[in-house]
Design a protein around this ligand. Structure first.
Ligand code: FES
Length: 568
């Protein structure tokens, strides 16, 4: 038999001895033969003192174990890397693939018949799902859930849209030191993930829409009792999947599931990062996310969820309004409702049970959308031959068509050094350009695309400018920000050719981002470029990352981790 404890025996050249030894050691934990004979459900422990977003993970794990045991299987908890946004140097994205490798290999290495992966803080859910998809063991995903909202001077606050908004006010001199200190203690009032439609919430919503987690699991607030009841139910489902040996992620993640994730991403006004992570997950199946198809979905699918940063409310309000099932009900035939879920039910069956909440104004109908088009648009042009992204739902309408003079920052360090210099030659209608901030260039494609408004302009009341880069941006940010320019400048993308003083034209309706410099001049500049701007690190993970990381349109996965593997 090759299930339960008998799976994946350690190689001693004698399988009987391998099992004998494994049993002898595991009995040191006090388990009975009855317990050890059961199907095993592995549970990833992503708790860490460095990760406050996962502060409820121990309680979630307890609830999952309870559910697994009530259903007659054996839970086995094991640790994986945990990544918290504000505790990861140089950036959490640099570590996502490492976490995915860790989780995948520990799922493969240890005996288990199903696995429950627990994540939430931005890169953790993508990493855990990428791992589970590659291991292709029956998997239940549990998001840790969003924080509850904070309050300040009668205003509702949330991490981290309001972190950025209030920090910008502080930089502009509109609020003082004492007030920013008070705000600092109120932005994150509980454990859990950012409670706006940032990357964590976006990923949780897409994963629920793909059928990999239980209904409502994306939106239940992290500290609520319901979160732990949902975790217990997830444990029961995982036990059933361990016994049935399915469904596996490869059976759930059909083209319909990926299409549904893209529809939901547009309809929630989700994070730009969501597209990169979805692309990476798809590359593990394999299923390619086509940027033009994603843009076409965005032209048809309205934004229906009124959440910050593009709207007004927070995740707990989305939850109380009916969550993702209610959103999918409103989306109707835009969702492929015959898609299967881990529960065994189709989305159609789950959506039929969506709660009707009288008077709620968070999930709109298609007749009364927040915006008639989706939240994200794909741009192309001579600056972005393989695409760029803008979250136009969270941008200034008056900048959707704009031509301005480029003000170029060579690196993150260059930007930090000069952005607030009173002598910086910059005006409100200029286009701020940051390069060498892509997957290889930075490295890790940090969330630096939200370039701060230069101090002297901020103090003069400028709230938004066109900003372009090969970096990413936090899903919680607001602004007219063009991101993920591909190929990145460190790989010789056209962004490397821009000089201060050039004209750059953005036209979101036409889906264009262009450098207004003639081809002969661009050819001359290209000939003068150094071969590569990103030096190869001497050793370790940094070298692996440099050698293997793919561009944004391939999800920034490592080439050797994709389903296709490393191409020659
Ligand atoms: Fe963890 Fe935002 S910092 S989800």
């Amino acid at each position: 038999m090759t299930d339960g404890l008998r799976k994946g025996l350690t190689a001693y050249g004698d399988s009987g001895f391998s099992l004998f030894l494994r049993n002898a050691f595991i009995k040191a934990m006090g388990y009975s033969d009855d317990a050890l004979d059961r199907p095993i459900v592995g549970i990833t422990n992503t708790h860490s003192d460095y990760n406050p977003c996962h502060g409820n993970a121990p309680q979630i794990i307890d609830a999952v174990k309870r559910g697994v045991m009530l259903a007659g299987a054996m839970p086995m908890v094991f640790p994986t890397i945990s990544i918290a946004e504000s505790f990861a140097h140089p950036t959490s994205m640099y570590l996502r693939n490492l976490m995915a490798m860790d989780t995948e290999e520990m799922i493969r290495a240890q005996p288990m018949d199903a696995v429950v992966v627990i994540g939430g803080c931005d890169k953790t859910l993508p990493a855990q799902v990428m791992a589970a998809v590659s291991a292709d063991l029956p998997t239940v995903v549990i998001p840790v859930g969003p924080m509850v909202v904070g309050h300040h001077k009668g205003e509702v606050l949330g991490a981290c849209t309001d972190c950025r908004r209030l920090w910008a006010k502080y930089r502009a001199g509109e609020i003082d030191e004492a007030e920013i200190e008070a705000v600092n203690g109120r932005l994150a009032p509980s454990v859990g993930t950012c409670m706006v439609m940032g990357t964590a919430s976006t990923m949780a919503c897409m994963i629920e829409a793909m059928g990999l987690s239980l209904p409502m699991s994306a939106t239940i607030p992290a500290p609520h009792a319901e979160r732990f009841r949902s975790a217990e139910a997830s444990g029961r489902v995982a036990a059933a999947m361990a016994k049935a040996k399915g469904p596996r992620p490869s059976e759930i993640l059909t083209p319909a599931a990926f299409r549904n994730a893209q529809v939901v991403l547009q309809a929630i006004g989700g994070s730009t990062n969501g597209l990169i992570h979805l692309t990476a997950i798809a590359g593990r199946v394999p299923h390619r996310i086509d940027l033009d198809e994603f843009d076409a979905i965005g032209r048809k699918v309205p934004v229906l969820v009124d959440l910050k940063p593009s709207g007004a409310h927070y995740m707990e309000h989305f939850h109380h309004a009916g969550g993702v099932p209610k959103l999918m009900a409103q989306l109707g035939e835009l969702i492929e409702l015959d898609a299967r879920t881990i529960t065994g039910a189709t989305l159609r069956e789950l959506v039929a049970q969506a709660e009707e909440v009288p008077g709620q104004d968070v999930i709109r109908s298609r007749a009364d959308p927040i915006r008639s088009e989706g939240g994200l648009a794909v741009l192309r042009g001579n600056l972005a031959p393989r695409g760029a992204l803008i979250k136009h739902a969270a941008a200034s309408p008056n900048l959707m068509q704009h031509t301005g003079r480029a003000v170029v920052f060579e690196t993150l360090e260059d930007m930090a050094r000069r952005i607030d210099d009173p002598d910086l030659d910059v005006a409100a209608d200029d286009v701020l350009v940051l390069r060498n901030a892509g997957p290889k260039g930075a490295p890790g494609m940090p969330e630096a695309g939200y370039l701060p408004i230069p101090l002297k302009l901020a103090r003069a009341g400028v709230k938004d400018m066109v900003r372009i880069s090969d970096a990413r941006m936090s899903g919680t940010a607001f602004g007219t920000i063009v991101l993920h320019i591909t190929p990145e400048s460190a790989e010789g993308g056209p962004l490397a050719l821009v000089q201060t003083g050039d004209r750059i034209a953005l036209d979101v309706a036409a889906r264009r981002i262009d450098l207004k410099v003639d081809d002969a001049e661009l050819t001359r500049r290209r000939a003068a470029l150094p071969a590569t701007a990103a030096a190869r690190p001497e050793r370790g993970y940094a070298q692996l990352f440099h050698d293997a990381v793919l561009q944004a349109d391939d999800g920034c996965d490592f080439d050797f981790l994709t389903a296709a593997g490393r191409r020659a």
